[in-house]
Write a protein that binds this ligand. Structure first.
Ligand code: XMP
Length: 511
């Protein structure tokens, strides 16, 4: 029987998802599991295993581990960063805390061009993020590379089954990172391609049909790419038996509710109803300043509004969710080693009392895979390529309390900003751009009058996945025009600032 793909064990690195995505780009399925789940998995049904990086030190009391005798495993293993150190420890080498942290770029020298480094130049620039080092290799292992602060920067077992890298091949900044992973996946694990785009839609639609049978499905559509693609897939599978609604939280961008409804009903021929809940949301957000409290309130209200609507569809037995793979991993990580930076409200919490089963057509897909499918399904490309918009909407782009007045100002600012990005044909060069309403007033002068008005910040980031990112470097004329238009056209704003932080250490959203 064909094997499943590559299994990734997550020790809490911010980059674990990137490993999975990079492997899927090679058209081989990969999935991420928590170290505690390893006992329940039939490992030999995978082509190989990757142990991810993580924030711990292998000798810490509570550092994550896997309950597995690696020497008895039949399939290849690659340890990355913490994964390498864990392998070194498990095979009885030595790991030590080093005085010199190595974070960021390092020059890496390959001393043995084995299968993992096949075709890779002897000297490459790599991305490091560690303070522990393997100081003594386990028996029957050999060193294959080093960097200035890391004597044993990579290793392999002499039987060619176990490999370790101190650097991160999965991050964009590592030269030849994808080629190294490719070598692991094909040269070492001998994987077969099983994740091609062509049969994905077919596979998903067949699965929905099998799961749903003759029943009805309801779905609360957010107007985002995920829920839209999910809905179109379900429509393909069950036709008119999909009933949807959009809940307007009052936290959407300018004209967004109306435009999305039109797209759904007219272009995509989905049976979708519009439900205006903006008053309820705004009332509940009164006086709330803390970002996580805002997220929780919005999440709760969303579910309540949802239940209220769902009850009206008595025949429905299934509930559509646009959950994508990263949502599931992030939700799981709250219990696991990965540090949760912000709570996203999209997943979980739907009370079981609703008595509905879930349909989650995208649950195994990454965002770029969702986009690819969306285009194939005929969803317009300007919709598919829209910048991501967070579930809690403009509420987390107004720092402090959300009010109707602030929302109105922010909507106008945002509309001008995005319009200019599109006019100047740079919208698609930017991964996400938006404005933030700051809780600051500043002095200005308009005509001969002193003003004392609001400040907005503009953010534009380049990224491939939202996990890391840098600020976008505007041409002076473009950003000048944007600032100028905002101050002239939006009453209540007299100052525009531009956010020049990268992620990390900042996040993309301000809250
Ligand atoms: P951060 O701010 O964490 O954002 O660097 C990374 C990506 O996630 C989006 N984001 C959210 N999406 N609910 C969402 O659905 C949320 O609570 C939330 N917070 C951040 C953010 O817009 C960016 O694309």
């Amino acid at each position: 029987m064909d094997k499943i793909g590559i299994l990734i064990v997550d020790f809490g690195s911010q980059y674990t998802q990137l490993i999975a995505r990079k492997i899927r780009e090679l058209e081989v399925f990969s999935e991420i599991v928590h170290p505690d789940q390893i006992g329940e998995i039939s490992l030999n049904s995978y082509y190989g295993i990757i142990l991810s990086g993580g924030p711990n030190s292998v000798y810490d009391k509570n550092s994550p581990d896997i309950d597995l005798d690696l020497s008895k495993l039949d399939i290849p293993i690659l340890g990355i960063c913490y994964g390498l150190q864990l392998l070194a420890k498990k095979f009885k080498g030595e790991v030590e805390r080093s005085k010199k942290r190595e974070f960021g770029y390092a020059k890496f020298h390959i001393v043995k061009r084995d299968k993992l480094f096949k075709g890779i130049p002897k000297e490459i620039k790599v991305w490091m993020s560690h303070s522990d080092n393997v100081v003594k290799l386990p028996q029957n292992f050999e060193r294959t590379g080093y960097s200035q602060n890391c004597k044993n920067g990579s290793m392999k077992s002499k039987n060619g089954k176990v490999y370790g890298l101190q650097f991160h091949p999965e991050v964009y900044h590592t030269d030849y990172g994808k080629d190294i992973l490719k070598n692991f996946v094909f040269e070492i694990c001998k994987s077969k391609k099983n994740w091609t785009s062509n049969d994905l839609i077919k596979r998903i639609v067949e699965r929905i049909r099998d799961d749903v049978g003759d029943n009805y499905v309801i779905g609360g559509l957010s107007g985002g790419v995920d829920s839209t693609v999910a809905a179109v897939l379900v429509k393909k599978a069950v036709g008119e038996r999909l009933k949807g609604f959009i809940i307007d939280t009052g936290l959407l961008r300018m004209n967004e509710g109306r435009e999305v409804l039109e797209l759904y009903n007219k272009r995509l021929k989905l049976d979708v109803k519009y439900v205006d809940k903006s008053k309820t949301f705004l009332n509940s957000l009164k006086g709330v300043k803390d970002p996580e409290s805002k997220r929780k309130i919005i999440g709760r209200l969303f579910i309540e509004s949802f239940e209220e609507e769902a009850k009206k569809f008595k025949k429905a037995k299934f509930l559509l969710q646009g959950t994508i793979y990263p949502d599931r991993i992030e939700s799981k990580s709250t219990k696991g080693p990965s540090a949760v930076i912000k709570s996203h409200h999209n997943v979980g919490g739907l009370p079981e009392k609703m008595n509905l089963k879930l349909v989650e057509p995208l649950k195994d897909l990454f965002k770029d895979e969702v986009r690819m499918i969306g285009l194939k399904l005929g969803i317009p490309s300007d919709f598919i390529n829209r910048h991501p918009f967070p579930g809690p909407g403009l509420a987390i782009r107004i720092i402090g309390e959300v009010t109707k007045e602030k929302l109105e100002i922010l909507r106008k600012v945002d509309a001008i900003y995005i319009e200019e990005l599109k006019k100047n044909s740079i919208y698609n060069d930017i991964w996400q751009a938006f404005a933030v309403f700051l809780p600051v007033q500043s002095v200005g002068v308009m005509g001969d009058e002193r003003t004392y008005e609001n400040v907005v910040a503009l953010r534009a980031v380049t990224s491939t996945d939202g996990m890391t990112g840098d600020f976008y470097w505007f041409e002076k004329e473009i950003i000048q025009k944007i600032s100028n238009r905002i101050i002239n056209e939006v009453k209540g704003v007299n100052r525009v600032v531009y956010d020049i932080s990268s992620k990390p250490p900042s996040t993309i959203e301000w809250e």
